[in-house]
Design a protein. Structure first.
Length: 240
């Protein structure tokens, strides 16, 4: 018997690679200890069987972006920490087409981008990728949000025209806005640089009360058929 050592050290010996490369293999989910995937480089091993997947893909070390269909009632506007009950391996959409295997590290060091109000539902973005953060923050004013808004009340005369001509909010007038009826009680709003509270303000200005809001698109990325309370990975061919 030998004294237990860190798994990263054992993998480095087996693969004849650096400790850093060994850690990447482990956190990438490519190492099994007695047949069980272990993602912690500091895990102590002794005489256990250590296996490194021959299909180990260094691309799996790339930062990920998670697209969540946030249900109503969850606050994602305060801080970056994602709701763990919604973002975990068990809530990954079964039809996710990214080909990425969920790993523990995919749920750490995430930055929340373009949050939604607590009472709203729809597409929310959590990312580890600084390029996505830059895109969704530095270009926030030109990012188009598409939102389905359920309303009540009586639309003021020429109310739809007023909405499409832009109504100021907090001293700013939207540069681009398109509003149309989806059905008798729902509006479809496409608005660049949308801010919390803005759509409710616009509706109230023309006599309508917002009952619910669902964001179905951010830039070029749609919510699609992603069920409420589940998430998927941003695919490599998708751009905001």
């Amino acid at each position: 018997m030998t004294d237990p050592i860190r798994l990263a050290k054992r993998v480095a010996e087996l693969r004849n690679c650096s400790r850093r490369e060994a850690e990447q293999l482990i956190t990438g989910g490519w190492v099994r200890v007695d047949g069980i995937v272990v993602e912690e480089p500091q895990f102590r091993v002794g005489e256990q069987r250590i296996e490194v997947d021959p299909k180990a893909d260094p691309d799996q070390a790339e930062p990920v972006t998670l697209l969540l269909h946030k249900p109503t009632g969850y606050d994602t506007s305060d801080g970056d920490q994602p709701p763990s009950q919604l973002l975990n391996a068990a809530t990954l959409w079964c039809d996710d087409a990214s080909g990425i295997r969920p790993l523990k590290r995919h749920f750490t060091q995430l930055t929340l981008c373009v949050p939604l109000e607590t009472d709203a539902s729809g597409l929310v973005v959590f990312t580890q990728d600084w390029r996505v953060v830059r895109k969704l923050t530095q270009e926030a004013a030109t990012l188009e949000h598409e939102v389905i808004v359920e309303v009540a009340g009586e639309l003021a005369p020429n109310g739809l025209k007023r909405l499409n001509r832009s109504i100021p909010y907090q001293g700013r007038t939207p540069s681009t806005i398109k509003v149309s009826w989806q059905n008798e009680t729902r509006l479809r709003v496409a608005l660049k640089g949308a801010r919390p509270g803005q759509i409710a303000h616009l509706c109230e200005a023309v006599g309508l009360q917002v009952l619910s809001m669902k964001r179905i698109r951010l830039g070029g990325v749609p919510l699609g058929k992603l069920p409420a309370g589940q998430w998927r990975y941003l695919r490599g061919d998708e751009r905001f």
